[in-house]
Write a protein that binds this ligand. Structure first.
Ligand code: GDP
Length: 455
């Protein structure tokens, strides 16, 4: 391993950071990692036996000055998060105490860690692969249960194992080609074309299976955008509140109050839904309201599902036409305020009747939204890992295109097999870069640029 990675972050340094979020809280966790972690921490804690993985209650001193009463735990490498000697110190929370403890550790020789540097070291020391490191970032950033599940599965190595199996298939294919080149006249004869063809098909099928999870991965990561659209005063904000089950939007009888778009996540089902309450769609001379309408038009363009709302069947037809002109999303027509009129009066063949007031039709609406999203993303396969990042998609698409190139060159049979095999090597490298099995310094930079300090 090199002494420093390409950002000049010397791994010989002992690094320190507060791992918990800043602000008032019962405890803060400070992490110290590197070759001198035990020596540095030892300067501040008296009678510390440094028993591995045993928390020790102690006073923490800066010279003669007592800074806090802390719980201190030693994790000798390689059995630690980073693979190095790690000390974790739980101090009291708040703004002053944790920072004063960190400052004391820095005075004794530690260096403030940069964002993601602990996890970066874990990767460099082989404790995690790059996909697992990303999963830790995703767990921290998760805004829905679905994303939490996907990140945890990735941390368990689900995606890494899939890619490992794919890489093995490619290595076998590469070996077959090499054998064919080196021993074309062997007793068994040349490797049969069928065998190579089948091997290529198997790899492409696995790759396509993974790439097919990209839409689901995007929705799990970002949430499906569900826009409530329609003319003012038809009950859009009331529906937004009723679906969320709590009051968030301002509900009023004056037309045109929701001037900006309001967003909230519904995280109850298989798919996280980003519900958006928009300004009413209508011609207006009010500049601020016009702005809100432009926002709603932008949301309509980005939506996965649009709930087209109106409180009469005639208005509903006009609303659906208006919405259809502004979006490619699936449209669910809704007749609102269904509690006010009897079903006989409110007829519209394809519309769902809902009432924010009584809750009528809301469970059906939610399950219909889920079905529409599922139609767009494909069903969630619990055993199939999801591709949740653009980096994953790009690497797999590159591997796929290299394998297709290999297939074409091999089929043409005009170039030597060794030339065709160059494409196989490129496909293998794309997979290795994705998992972090090759020289990964610049990949590390890209992955850890979004991490928080202390992770
Ligand atoms: P928006 O402008 O489309 O967002 O409409 P609001 O949600 O602000 O509602 C406009 C008016 O219709 C308010 O007076 C609401 O109380 C009323 N309203 C909304 N939904 C319902 C409903 O389901 N039933 C009844 N009876 N009134 C509703």
């Amino acid at each position: 391993m090199s002494e420093a990675d390409d950002r000049g972050l010397a791994i010989a340094d002992t690094i320190v950071a507060i791992a918990s979020p800043p602000g008032r809280g019962a405890v803060a966790v400070i992490r110290l990692s590197g070759p001198n972690a035990f020596t540095i921490a030892g300067k501040h804690v008296r009678n510390w036996q440094q028993q591995p993985r045993v928390a020790h209650l102690s006073d923490f001193f800066d010279g003669e000055q007592r800074l806090d009463e802390v719980l201190i735990t030693a994790f000798p490498g390689p059995h630690s998060y980073t693979g190095e000697d790690v000390v974790e110190i739980s101090t009291h929370g708040g703004y002053v105490v944790p920072s004063s403890v960190v400052a004391a550790l820095i005075t004794s020789g530690a260096r403030q860690a940069t964002a993601g540097e602990f996890t970066r070291r874990a990767v460099l020391n082989g404790k995690l692969d790059l996909l697992q490191a990303e999963a830790i970032g995703d767990l921290i950033d998760a805004s829905s249960r679905a994303m939490q599940d996907a990140a945890l599965a990735q941390l368990d190595g689900g995606l890494s194992r899939r890619l490992g199996a794919l890489r093995n298939q490619l290595l076998e294919l590469e070996a077959l080609i090499a054998y064919d080149v080196d021993f074309p006249e062997e007793d068994d004869g040349p490797i049969s074309r069928d065998r190579i063809e089948n091997a290529i098909k198997t790899v492409l099928t696995s790759l396509d299976g993974l790439l097919a999870t990209v839409p689901a991965g995007e929705v799990v990561r970002e949430g499906a955008i569900v826009v409530i659209a329609g003319p003012p005063n038809v009950g859009k904000s009331s529906l937004f509140n009723a679906l969320l089950g709590r009051s968030r939007a301002i509900v009023t009888e004056i037309a045109g109050t929701t001037r900006d778009a309001l967003e909230a996540v519904i995280d109850g089902g298989t798919w996280p839904l980003r519900l958006v309450d928009t300004a009413g769609l209508r011609q207006t001379t009010d500049r601020i309201e016009r702005l809100g309408i432009e926002v709603s038009e932008r949301y309509l363009g980005a939506a996965e599902v649009v709930l087209a709302c109106a409180d009469t069947p005639e208005d509903l037809d006009a609303t659906v036409t208006l919405v259809r002109a502004r979006t490619k999303a699936a449209i669910i027509p809704l007749l609102t305020k269904a509690d006010l009129v009897s079903h006989r009066d409110q007829k519209s063949p394809n519309a769902l009747s809902v009432s924010a007031e009584s809750g009528l039709g809301l469970p059906r609406l939610l399950s219909q939204i889920e079905s529409v999203v599922e139609e767009q993303c494909g069903p969630r396969m619990p055993d199939l890992p999801l591709l949740t990042r653009a980096r994953h998609k790009q690497a797999l698409e590159q591997a796929r295109s290299e394998i297709s190139d290999f297939h074409r060159v091999w089929d043409d049979d005009k170039l030597p097999a060794t030339v065709a095999a160059v494409h196989l090597r490129a496909a293998i490298l794309a997979l290795e870069e994705l998992v972090g099995a090759v020289d990964i310094e610049d990949v590390l930079d890209r992955v850890f640029s979004s991490f928080c300090v202390g992770k």
